[in-house]
Design a binder for this molecule. Structure first.
Ligand SMILES: CC(C)(COP(=O)(O)OP(=O)(O)OC[C@H]1O[C@@H](n2cnc3c(N)ncnc32)[C@H](O)[C@@H]1OP(=O)(O)O)[C@@H](O)C(=O)NCCC(=O)NCCS
Length: 191
């Protein structure tokens, strides 16, 4: 298959040739923040799953989907979110990022998750909205751990998301202007 297509793998099972390309894209976007170029970069407890947009054997864009059971206002949900979204610098502004983030929306919707929530830098809000995601106005995700919380607003991030199961849709209003205990831990800190 040579045209643009999307492949999905558990992060630890991305084939080595593709993994090396993913690592190079991540290193280009976040130099020095990701230490081990060939290994998984996410906490295995968050069941990282990688999506790769590939053309002619070249990885144009990639992202990871992380998962965690959360409790919000007394109700439990299976939440997933986007992390390490990146398009290779040479391939930006051609719609690849939007195509991949749109595909991730569809994949999470079909995955059995109740909802998706994640944070992004404020200027990227419109990018995610154009790919089917909702801006959760005033919502703050608490990253890190309960002992060392990392609030997303302090980092200048905004919250994006969507609601998929009937029970999550019913409670969607609880997630606007809310403080959400995500606590992904010390490896991912925030997604
Ligand atoms: C964000 C990113 C993945 C977008 O990838 P892309 O393939 O260039 O995105 P698209 O071509 O699908 O962009 C669609 C639209 O989103 C908006 N957009 C894209 N990147 C943007 C950015 N960095 N800032 C603001 N708006 C942006 C633009 O409106 C763009 O349309 P345009 O090309 O006509 O200007 C890419 O810029 C990137 O890898 N950035 C570095 C890593 C990063 O910041 N990741 C996000 C972490 S929250």
């Amino acid at each position: 298959m040579n045209g643009p297509h999307i492949l999905a793998f558990p992060e630890a099972e991305v084939p080595p040739d593709l993994k090396a390309q993913v690592a190079a894209l991540q290193e280009e976007a976040w130099p020095s923040s990701i230490a081990a170029p060939q290994g998984p970069i996410h906490d295995a407890a968050l069941e990282p799953r990688s999506l790769l947009l590939i053309r002619d054997g070249t990885v144009l864009a990639t992202l990871d989907i992380l998962s965690k059971a959360i409790t919000h206002r007394g109700r439990s949900y299976l939440a997933r979110g986007l992390s390490t979204v990146v398009t290779g610098r040479a391939h930006r502004h051609r719609g690849h990022g939007r195509a991949l983030v749109t595909a991730a929306h569809g994949a999470i919707a079909a995955s059995g998750a109740d909802l998706a929530i994640f944070t992004c830098d404020r200027p990227l809000r419109g990018f995610y909205e154009s790919a089917g995601w909702q801006w959760l106005t005033g919502t703050v995700l608490l990253g890190g751990t309960p002992a060392e919380p990392l609030p997303s607003d302090v980092l200048g991030k905004v919250a994006m998301g969507d609601f998929f199961s009937a029970r999550a849709k019913e409670s969607a209003g609880d997630f606007t202007g809310a403080l959400i205990d995500l606590y992904p831990g010390t490896i991912d800190k925030l997604w």
